[in-house]
Every structure is written in structure tokens, then in C-alpha cells.
Design a protein around this ligand. Sequence first.
Ligand code: FCB
Length: 422
Amino acid sequence: MRFPAGFLWGASTSSYQIEGGNENSALAAWERKKGWEPCGKAADSWRLWQEDIRCLERLNLKAYRFSVEWSRVEPSPGVFDPAALARYAAMADALKRAGIRPMACLHHFSEPAWLFRENPAGWMSEEAPRRFLRFSERVVGALKESVSDWLTFNEPMVWLTAGYALGHFPPGVRRFWDMGRLFREQGLFRHVLLAHREAYQLIHREVPQARVSIAQNVTALEPATGSAADAAAVETWDHFMHRELLDAMKAEGTLDFLGINYYTRVFVRRSWMPLVPFRAFAAHAEIEKMLGPFLFRLLGGRRGDGVLTDMGWEIVPEGFERVLRAFWERYRLPILVTENGTADGDGSRRESYLRSHLGSMLSAMEAGVPVEGYLHWSLMDNYEWGSYAPKFGLFRVDRKTFERTPAAGAEYYARVAKTGEL
Ligand code: FCB
């Protein structure tokens, strides 16, 4: 089994999760408020970025997805830090010199604290996309010589659900039951679409060969039972969580490819509870953690019986092929896998996870799905939104010295990246 020559092998990270010292992010105060483990120095990548490039080289990788930290580049409203922008540009240049394609993401969950001070409604207000575009202009201006692959948003639905429905991220709005109205009528979809559309146009104006998309989190959905009601619930949830935004972007012509993040599968059941949005209960492990096992089961939550990662996410490689095929059939756009990986603290499962997921991706490709590349989440252990316990890295990071050492499975990935063979 072999991947085509020119297939792009890489890894992904995000600014807040690796750089360290992002005290101006709304998340820094949020951690204190919520009693989360502090992010602190993260993987100290703001200082050690050259080390990170060496890590990519050691794994024979040819693409690196990173994000630009809004709160660092624009620490107070309208005040930009030219040194921070220059440092991202230097990194992108160094990556290119090393033969590694830099891929920049403009929004990966973290936002400046001032955004909510100016406007506590966050993305429910039209100010947010305006502010985001002002920031994007500076970033594109600084990186246009070296970066042609861009993602505007990482997992917009995950981020918006966490921030505006579950109260898990800033601004901490809890309106789960009202999600449909909140997203469709109170501006969340509209404002993200506006920000994406204008950022798309901006990037294309500045960078002639640009390729722009978002990274969409897609779980493989399955009905909890064989009933028609559960099948309909899957369809409703799939549309809302995975397709509604992408459909609009596709219709507006603002996707040059499709970025897909795949991790696991989720069972969906038609719920008897009026408070469950769309009466579609999607039994994600995160929801079970929030509700507790009793309420979770009471609401009809069903978990798969496969092996779980340290996140409690079921390992379902065949779901990956299914998702890739479905998204190709619907959108007919080339696909870049912008994230896939596993929290694997004892190092026992990364290699087999990689083997099975890459195999599943290759089957999709053999069936005609144009997957152009695969970016593993993550290059190194990092801050998993509240905790350092999950270990997603191809490199382990010593929490005191920040020394990077290859994790179990890294050698395997380096070999695949070199030979294209599984
Ligand atoms: C994705 C996020 C990424 C990371 C992985 C494990 O949903 O985009 O930041 O947390 O999950």
C-alpha cells in the first residue's frame, strides 16, 4: 500500500497551545476563572520555534500548520506588535528554506481579552468580524511573501458551541437548548461567514497563488438505534454541525479546498427532551464529561464499544474513510486532512492509530477521493484547553526543560513520510 508521490505529509499545532506567554488572550483569565490548569509556557515554542522546525525535519515532514495568535499580534485594540508579526514571518521563511510548506491559520480558538471587554457579546456582534478582519489584514500583509496556504478558522462549530452554547470557552454563554436560533438568527453563522468571505478575498488580493479554506471538525455520526427517528436525528445534526457553514462557503465560492479534522465517531439519538437542540442528542465524550454518566444515559447517550484514547474518544479508523468519501461526494473539492491524531500518554497506541487511519485514508483515495495531504495533530505535546494531561505529540515535551524527544510512533510516521509506504 503506497501513497502517491507528492502526497504532503505534515503536522499541526496552534499558537495558544504551544507558544506560551499568551497572557493577553481571553483564555488566560478564563483559566483562572474556571480553575483550569494554567497554560503558562505551553511548549515554549515562542522561544523554541527553531527547535520545532528541527523536529519537523527529523520526521521528514514537508508541511507545518501553525496559527497566528491574535492576542499577541494585537495586544490592545488597533495596536499591533511589529516584532511579533516579524517573528511569524521569520518562521514562515525558515520553514520554506527547510523545504517545509508553511500553512497559517488565522483563528484557532484563542482571542484577545479586549475583544470581549469591548463587546461582551463576542461573535454575536458584528464588531467581532470587523476586528478580526483588521487583524487579518496585518497578518496577511506580514506573511504574504512566504505563505500561500491559509485557513481562516479552525473548527468554527466546535469553538462557537463551546463559547456560546456550552459556556466552556469565553465568552461563556450557556444557551445549548437555543443553539439553532443562536447560530442562525443571532448572527453567529452570519458573522463567521462574513469574516471568512472577506478574509478569503483579502488573501486572494494579496497572494496570487493563495489557497484558502477552514479546518472543519467532522465526526463520523451513527444512529444510536435502527429507528427512522434516529436516522433523521443523525441527518439533522450532521447538517447543522458539519455542513451548514461549508454549504454557504461553497455557494459563495470561498473554499479552494476542504480542511478536515477527524478524530472519532459519535452516536446520535432522537431525544425526548425539549431542551436538546433539534431533539438530536449527539453523545460526544465531552458531553458525557459535562453531564456526568447518569444524566448522559438518561438523555439517551450511547458510547461505542471500541478502544478509547486518553481523551475517552473511541478509535474508529473506518469512520475516517466514510467522512472523506461523504465530503468529497458533497463538495467536490480537494481535501487536506488538517488534523488527525490521538492522546496517547503511555505511547502504546500512536503507531497503530496512524497505521489504521492512514490505511483508511488510502482506501478513500483509492476510491477516488482526492486527498492531497495529511497533517498529524500534533507535532508535540501541548496544552489541551484546560490540561496538559492529554499527550497528542509526535514529540514528548519535558514540562521543566521543554526538551523535545520523539514519542513512540514518531519513527513510524517519519518512515511513512519518507517512503509513502504503510
Ligand atoms: C481539535 C482542536 C485542536 C486539539 C485537538 C485535539 O478539536 O482543533 O486544537 O485540541 O482537537
